[in-house]
Ligand binder design. Structure first.
Ligand code: NZQ
Ligand code: ZN
Length: 388
């Protein structure tokens, strides 16, 4: 296990009715003029938007809004938000929604403290030392953006989807009310479950050995998804299922699993490469790609990690040969994603075969990806072809 400093500053208010804290929390973090970010008009129809406004108004906090933030959020929305912030003297950002709205809000929060075009920051060109404070009301269990410092944004003109990771982008507080996730449609419930599992896999498959605690925490989060993903699909208003998925999603990517080790993230980078060219839902792309990445990296040198996963998570029989068990674990992962209703091939989500080389180039634009197994352009292309 490597050295690390444990620091997860986001305060989480979990459970029914926790939206009540929004006004006092914004005040506490110095907010007086708030930009409320959201996606479609859904949050207005569901009353979540009005509830946030009411809590802000109670504390005498003024606000304006940026709606229409797209799934796979675009840099244009970030630019629009930065413009509003700079022209209205905004000092606090509130995001209501899933990872897309939160990531866009983070882009706005940091873009507001930067003089140039916010896209520079995603290109790792500009330098910035801080961001406006951010609060979140989460409505979808998936990305973990509600408790981490990552923002992923797409640029349609340049065909890029790029992440930034900055500690000061961690939200000051996040409201996690499982009831708000009752309305998540089956496709996004499934895609979110796959995304949570993928985050666990990305950190579980690490070149650093000896992080036993983190690995067993990983098992617990995977088992939570395997247990409750299907329940939430069948019974969308099952509080226990929604609550466990919501908390698993947050814990899967708030750095807890990655302290003391390094995560791989190769599959996510391939997924972002696909999404840069095709508007594929994040978790859907991962459901297709992850089992193929697993097939690709399984070998004599890596089978130990796969075997442990198969034993601890999928409970394959102890008597099974280690390599056979490792393969069985991958097969069970693939089967589980299929049972959730996820597609298994890139061709099923509209990707054209002749675009695979272009996607592979996009993936390695900033160099090889992955650390458990480093992947160059040729290897990325091989995985894409297998997933096609
Ligand atoms: O537009 P709205 O109304 O918000 O609708 C969304 C959207 O259409 C809808 N939805 C959300 N909550 C709902 C709901 N519909 C009904 N009831 C609810 N309660 O679901 C759709 C998908 O929402 P989105 O925010 O796009 O999903 P998700 O949370 O999966 O976020 C995906 C984005 O996050 C990035 C992905 O790349 C993708 O762009 N990621 C962010 C990460 C991070 N910041 O740490 C890490 C992830 O690996 C990921 O890359
Ligand atoms: Zn993800």
């Amino acid at each position: 296990m490597l050295n690390f400093k444990f620091s997860i500053p986001t305060e989480v208010f979990f459970g029914k009715g926790q939206i009540k804290v929004v006004g006092e929390q914004v005040r506490r973090h110095g907010g007086t003029r708030v930009l409320i970010c959201y996606g479609s008009g859904r949050v207005k129809q569901q009353g979540i938007y009005d509830a946030v406004c009411a809590k802000l108004a109670e504390k005498g906090i003024s606000f304006c809004e940026l709606g229409g933030i797209e799934p796979n959020p675009r840099i244009k929305s970030v630019r629009d938000g930065v413009h509003i912030v700079k022209s209205h003297g905004i000092d606090f950002i509130m995001a209501i929604g899933g990872g897309s709205v939160i990531d866009c809000a983070k882009g706005i929060a940091v873009g507001a403290c930067y003089d140039g075009d916010p896209w520079d920051l995603y290109l790792r060109k500009g330098e910035v030392k801080g961001a406006l404070p951010l609060g979140v009301v989460l409505t979808l269990a998936a990305t973990g953006s509600e408790m981490n410092g990552t923002s992923v944004v797409s640029n349609l003109e340049t065909k890029q989807k790029l992440p930034i990771r900055m500690p000061f982008l961690k939200p000051r507080f996040s409201v996690l009310d499982p009831v708000y996730t009752y309305t998540v449609p089956p496709r996004h419930t499934a895609a979110g479950t796959v995304d949570i599992m993928s985050h666990v896999y990305e950190q579980y498959f690490s070149p650093v050995s000896g992080a036993f605690v983190q690995d067993r925490l990983a098992d617990a989060l995977l088992k939570t998804c395997i247990t409750y993903g299907p329940v939430a699909l069948k019974d969308p208003e099952n509080y226990e299922a929604r609550a466990n998925l919501l908390w698993a999603g947050t814990l899967a990517l708030n750095e807890l699993l990655t302290y003391g080790k390094t995560g791989d993230w190769g599959t996510h980078m391939i997924g972002h490469g696909v999404a840069a060219h095709y508007d594929v839902t994040h978790g859907v792309g991962l459901a297709i790609l992850f089992p193929h990445w697993m097939d690709f990296v399984l070998g004599e040198d890596t089978q130990g990690k796969f075997y442990d996963l198969a034993r601890h998570v999928w409970q394959v029989p102890l008597a099974m040969d280690r390599m056979e068990a490792a393969r069985e674990g991958i097969a069970r992962t693939r089967q589980f994603f299929t049972e959730l209703g996820m597609p298994a091939r890139l061709r099923e989500v509209g990707v054209a075969e002749d675009m695979l080389p272009t996607i592979a180039k996009t993936v390695v634009e900033f160099g090889e990806v992955g650390v458990f197994r480093k992947l160059n352009e040729k290897q990325v292309l091989e995985i894409l072809k297998k997933a096609y």
